[in-house]
Design a protein around this ligand. Structure first.
Ligand code: PLP
Length: 317
């Protein structure tokens, strides 16, 4: 997960944005004409389109927008300002909604790119190869839906290929943690070296900040080691967020912004809010990545308090 504080003049946002008057709400980002007219000089025009891009549409019907397959729905996720949870902030906070990927997480991107890359190198073939990945969670899901759509068998979680399997090839693909901050950070800094990239790690397992690994509840981050993939050259700062703060902020993002997000999104939002409160960031834009959709965490600690509440409910006579 990555978060970038974009400095002036590239992303100048006037303080007026922070008042959130009723007239500043309700813009549709699907309609460029209606997009946030805040009278600023900016290269970030929010004419965001969240739509499938069919390279060569087969349909004769003009304007029909149908993807060729699910992989074309990956990416181009929309962004939205956070309006209610940002009390006391002097910068604007906008969320990049990776929760709106086809399989609901930022890992849809790598699921596609790992398989597409292996195909391009000619080492796997749909219908023949079995893909083996020692991972679970969102990376596993990202691989699974692409494998399904392309016709691969996929084995996750350290599974071993059965010696009687009929596979003609086996491809082991290693998981790549910290890819988001390293990749996004590198790209953004190549566009604007003034952009600040801020990482988040669990306070209970703060090894990048020089602490010790430990158990925590922020699924998806804080692997307990410094991942080989992490490019610290592009990371300007690392903020520690506790599991409790991540869970509570994720709940507040749902309750106050209507965005059902996962625990790591809660951690990212908590860090973004801290950064947006710093006086030196007045008027800037803080972009926070929400890596995964909250529905995936219904049985996790994220919804524990709601489960407890429900269990205590008594039928009214
Ligand atoms: C929910 C969630 N958040 C954050 C991350 C971290 O992404 P990255 O490994 O690219 O840093 C992951 C990775 O799997 C994840 O599943």
């Amino acid at each position: 997960m990555a978060m970038a504080s974009l400095s002036n003049p590239i992303t100048y946002l006037p303080r007026t944005r922070l008042g959130f008057s009723s007239s500043s709400r309700g813009h549709s980002f699907l309609n460029p004409k209606k997009s946030r007219a805040i009278g600023r000089k900016t290269s970030l025009s929010f004419t965001t389109v969240c739509k499938a891009v069919s390279v060569e549409p087969q349909s004769e019907i003009e304007g029909l927008n149908i993807a060729e397959d699910v992989s074309q729905l990956i990416g181009k996720t929309p962004m939205v300002y956070l309006n209610n949870i940002v009390e006391g902030c002097v910068a604007n906070v906008a969320a990049k909604l990776e929760i709106m990927e086809p399989c609901c997480s930022v890992k849809d991107r790598i699921g596609y790119s790992m398989i597409a890359d292996a195909e391009q190198r000619g080492v796997i073939t749909p219908g023949k190869s079995i893909l083996v990945e020692p991972t679970s969670g969102n990376t596993g899901i990202g691989l699974a839906f692409i494998a399904a759509s392309k016709g691969y068998k996929l084995i996750l979680n350290n599974a071993r290929i059965n010696e009687h399997g009929k596979a003609s090839a086996v491809q082991s693909i290693w998981s790549r943690t910290c890819g988001t901050i390293s990749g996004v950070g590198h790209f953004l800094k190549s566009k604007n070296p003034n952009i600040k990239v801020i990482g988040i790690e669990p306070a209970e397992s703060n090894i990048i900040s020089g602490g010790k690994p430990g158990p925590h509840k922020i699924q998806g981050i804080g692997a307990g080691f410094v991942p080989r993939n992490l490019d610290l050259e592009v990371v300007d700062e690392v903020i520690e967020i506790s599991s409790d703060e991540a869970v509570e902020t994720a709940k507040q993002v749902a309750l106050q912004e209507g965005l059902l997000v996962g625990i790591s999104s809660g951690a990212a939002a908590a860090a973004a809010i801290k950064v947006a409160k710093r006086p030196e960031n007045a008027g800037k834009l803080i972009v926070v990545v929400f890596p995964s959709f909250g529905e995936r965490y219904l049985s996790s600690v994220l919804f524990q308090s709601i489960r407890d509440e429900c269990e205590k409910m008594q039928p009214e006579p």
